[in-house]
Design a protein around this ligand. Structure first.
Ligand code: APR
Length: 173
C-alpha cells in the first residue's frame, strides 16, 4: 500500500517542486557545502537571513523555513550526526532527524517531502546503513500519517540510488 507513496529518485533536490525539501544542515544553520550549499544558492539570501533568526538547531532535530526562490514551498533543516564509528548513538540520532522532519511535516500539513541522504556526505555515515534508516522511518511516517501523500528519497548519484532502492525493496526498471 505504501509502495507508491515512497519513491527513490536521482538528481538535484533543489529542483523538486514538492511541499518541502529537507536540508542536511549543521548546528549553526548558517549554510555550508554539499546539499546545504546547493539549497542556499538556489533559495537566495532570504533563506540565510531567516536561518539566522532561528539561532541554530541541535543534532537530531529540525527547523522549518519557507523555500523562498526554490520550487519547494518549505525547507526543513535537520542536522544529521557525524559518523564516529557507530558506537556514539549515530543510528538513533539519524532516525531522530527523520522523525523530527516528519513531525514538522505533519504539523504544517505537508503532503509531499523530499529527503537527501542525510549525513552520507561530509558527515561520513555509511550509506547502506543510512539508507535502511531512511526507508524504515519513511514507511513508519507514511503508515502513521494518511495526509502524507509522497516521500521522495533523493540520491545525488546512482550508487546512493541503488542502496536506497535496495533498502526499500524496489527493483530497478
Ligand atoms: N541534491 C541532492 N543530494 C545532494 C545534493 C543535491 N543538490 N548535493 C549533495 N547531495 C548529497 C550528497 O551526495 C550526499 O549523499 O547529499 C548527501 C549529504 O551530503 P552532505 O551535503 O555532505 O551532508 P552531510 O553529510 O549531512 O553533512 C552535513 O555538510 O555542507 C555541510 O553544512 C553542512 O556541515 C554540514 C555538513
Amino acid at each position: 500500500m505504501t509502495a507508491s507513496r515512497l519513491q527513490v529518485v536521482t538528481g538535484d533536490i533543489t529542483r523538486l517542486a514538492v511541499d518541502a525539501i529537507v536540508n542536511a544542515a549543521n548546528e549553526s544553520l548558517l549554510g555550508g557545502g554539499g546539499v546545504d550549499g546547493a539549497i542556499h544558492r538556489a533559495a537566495g539570501p532570504d533563506l540565510l537571513a531567516c536561518c539566522r533568526r532561528l539561532g541554530g538547531c541541535p543534532t537530531g532535530q529540525a527547523r522549518l523555513t519557507p523555500g523562498f526562490r526554490l520550487p519547494a514551498r518549505h525547507v526543513i533543516h535537520t542536522v544529521g550526526p557525524v559518523w564516529h564509528g557507530g558506537g556514539h548513538g549515530e543510528a538513533d540520532r539519524l532516525a531522530s532527524c527523520y522523525r523530527h522532519c516528519f513531525r514538522l511535516a505533519d504539523e504544517h500539513g505537508i503532503g509531499s517531502i523530499a529527503f537527501p541522504a542525510i549525513s552520507c556526505g561530509v558527515y561520513g555515515y555509511p550509506p547502506a546503513a543510512a539508507a535502511r534508516i531512511a526507508v524504515t522511518e519513511s514507511r513508519a511516517a507514511l503508515a502513521a500519517n494518511p495526509r502524507l501523500e509522497r516521500v521522495l528519497l533523493v540520491a545525488f548519484d546512482e550508487a546512493m540510488a541503488a542502496l536506497l532502492r535496495q533498502a526499500a525493496g524496489i527493483s530497478e526498471t
